[in-house]
Design a protein around this ligand. Structure first.
Ligand code: HEC
Ligand code: HEC
Ligand code: HEC
Ligand code: HEC
Ligand code: HEC
Ligand code: HEC
Length: 176
């Protein structure tokens, strides 16, 4: 009985380790720390995300290019490549967000005097490049409620958006 117990524990530990290893492989290849640049170097968000104030749709690309880093870093120097790249044989672009809610406009929200931090509070604390932390619908709704902005579905969603979960097929009511 005890041996079986030990075997089960060992197997589940392997399972956990295996999962950790799998997650690790999904990390973004770029080396970058927001915390260091924002806090220590006191660089404004907009200095790197220059297109944020003009962006009118969630599909826009707001990431800085390698040329922008070159304002302060030597990016042509062979010896310096691994300052920012983990894998020089395969330097990959940071995965872009292009499927997010198209009705979201940075330009509009910034024109209302909102700060980057009101929607991206945790980003400045990040010490490495990792998958996105983007506002969820609940966060949009919470602020809209407090600022008396619209809560109508159509304010943020297109008429063609499927507003029911995928499991809610036309026969959903029948089957329930
Ligand atoms: C009212 C909320 C809100 C404010 C204020 C806001 N953002 Fe965003 N941000 C979002 C949402 C929603 C997304 C996801 C949709 C998109 O990419 O436009 C996003 C995405 C981003 C991305 C992801 C990159 C990409 O290409 O999609 C960056 C970078 C970004 N914001 C930077 C900024 C900066 C810099 C500021 C301040 C100048 C700012 N944001 C202000 C809500 C906000
Ligand atoms: C306005 C100036 C400025 C810009 C723009 C800038 N950096 Fe930096 N960065 C610095 C300074 C200063 C340091 C510290 C000195 C150094 O290592 O060169 C630094 C350090 C770093 C480090 C090392 C951090 C560590 O923990 O040792 C990395 C990696 C880095 N930057 C990546 C980038 C990337 C990627 C970009 C472009 C998206 C970028 N930086 C844009 C100023 C800048
Ligand atoms: C200061 C940081 C930094 C340094 C140093 C740097 N890079 Fe980059 N590199 C970046 C960033 C940021 C991107 C991502 C740009 C993007 O996603 O659009 C990038 C992207 C790339 C890409 C893919 C972009 C594309 O257009 O396909 C290649 C290839 C690349 N770098 C090669 C190099 C080489 C070679 C060196 C050294 C000679 C180097 N990099 C030095 C920050 C840096
Ligand atoms: C020195 C350049 C630089 C500065 C300053 C900077 N960023 Fe970024 N930002 C980047 C790079 C490079 C990426 C892509 C790699 C990553 O996700 O860390 C990025 C990614 C993002 C993303 C999308 C990824 C995510 O984690 O959600 C958001 C949102 C964002 N930045 C917001 C901000 C905000 C808000 C500030 C100011 C507090 C800021 N950034 C300051 C360079 C910068
Ligand atoms: C921190 C507060 C805040 C957050 C978070 C926020 N909004 Fe807003 N939003 C506002 C304000 C303020 C208005 C303008 C209200 C007015 O003046 O009528 C607005 C208006 C809008 C409008 C109407 C724009 C127009 O042209 O009339 C849309 C669409 C919208 N928001 C989408 C979103 C989406 C999508 C999110 C989440 C990703 C979001 N908002 C998150 C504060 C916020
Ligand atoms: C203030 C903006 C806003 C309003 C108002 C709003 N939504 Fe959303 N909704 C969003 C955003 C942002 C997302 C996430 C989009 C993304 O991640 O691509 C979302 C996602 C969804 C999703 C997909 C859920 C998921 O987990 O992917 C459904 C379903 C949805 N909304 C239904 C509704 C319905 C029904 C209403 C009206 C009662 C509504 N929404 C009103 C902004 C809004």
């Amino acid at each position: 009985m005890r041996t079986l117990f030990v075997v089960i524990i060992t197997l589940s530990l392997f399972g956990i380790l295996f999962q950790l290893a799998a997650d690790d492989s999904q990390k973004i290849e770029l080396k970058f720390t927001h915390k260091f640049h924002v806090e220590e170097q006191e660089i404004e968000c907009i200095e790197c995300h220059t297109s944020a104030s003009e962006s009118t749709t969630g599909a826009d690309n707001l990431f800085p290019s390698m040329e922008l880093c070159a304002d302060c870093h030597e990016v042509e120097e062979e010896d310096n490549c691994n300052l920012c790249h983990q894998d020089l044989d395969d330097p990959r672009e940071v995965p872009r967000i292009d499927t997010y809610n198209t009705k979201f406009s940075h330009q509009f929200h910034l024109s209302k005097g909102l700060e980057c931090e009101s929607c991206h509070a945790v980003v400045a604390m990040k010490t490495m490049a990792e998958p996105y932390i983007l506002p969820t619908m609940v966060e949009c709704i919470n602020c809209h409620e407090s600022k008396f902005a619209s809560l109508e579905c159509a304010t943020c969603h297109l008429p063609t958006d499927q507003l029911l979960p995928a499991s809610h097929t036309p026969d959903f009511i029948h089957n329930h």
